[in-house]
Design a protein around this ligand. Structure first.
Ligand SMILES: [Fe+2]
Length: 110
C-alpha cells in the first residue's frame, strides 16, 4: 500500500479546525498516538507511520458535517441528535472519498 499523501487532506484539516477546534485537537492527538502505536503489518498489509497518522487524524473528520451546537452540547441529546451524531463516520468516509478523487485528479494532471 502506498502512503496516503497528507497534503491532499490539508484543506480538509484546515476546514475541520475552523469548524470545531475541540474535535480538531482530539483528532490531532489521536493521530499522534496512532503514529506511535499502530504502524506494522496486519494480515500481510503494512500500515506505515504516515498512513497511521493520517488515519488517526481522519477518524472523526465526519464531524465537520455535524452542527457545532450539537458537537458542543454537553449532555441530553435527543434521539434525533443522537442519530445525527451517529452519521459522522459515514460522513467522514464520503469526505475522504471526495479528497481522494481530488488527489487522483491532481495526479492525472501532472
Ligand atoms: Fe474520536
Amino acid at each position: 500500500m502506498s502512503d496516503l499523501r497528507p497534503f491532499v487532506f490539508q484543506q480538509l484539516a484546515i476546514d475541520f479546525g475552523r469548524h470545531n477546534s475541540t474535535a480538531y485537537m482530539h483528532c490531532s492527538r489521536v493521530a499522534y498516538v496512532s503514529r506511535m502505536l499502530l504502524p506494522g503489518e496486519y494480515g500481510g498489509v503494512y500500515l506505515s507511520y504516515n498512513n497511521a497518522y493520517v488515519a488517526g487524524f481522519l477518524h472523526d473528520v465526519g464531524k465537520i458535517k455535524i452542527p457545532n451546537e450539537l458537537l458542543e452540547k454537553a449532555a441530553g441529546l435527543s434521539e434525533e441528535e443522537i442519530e445525527l451524531m451517529r452519521q459522522h463516520p459515514r460522513q467522514g468516509v464520503e469526505l475522504v472519498k471526495e479528497a481522494s478523487k481530488e488527489e487522483w485528479m491532481i495526479l492525472s494532471c501532472t
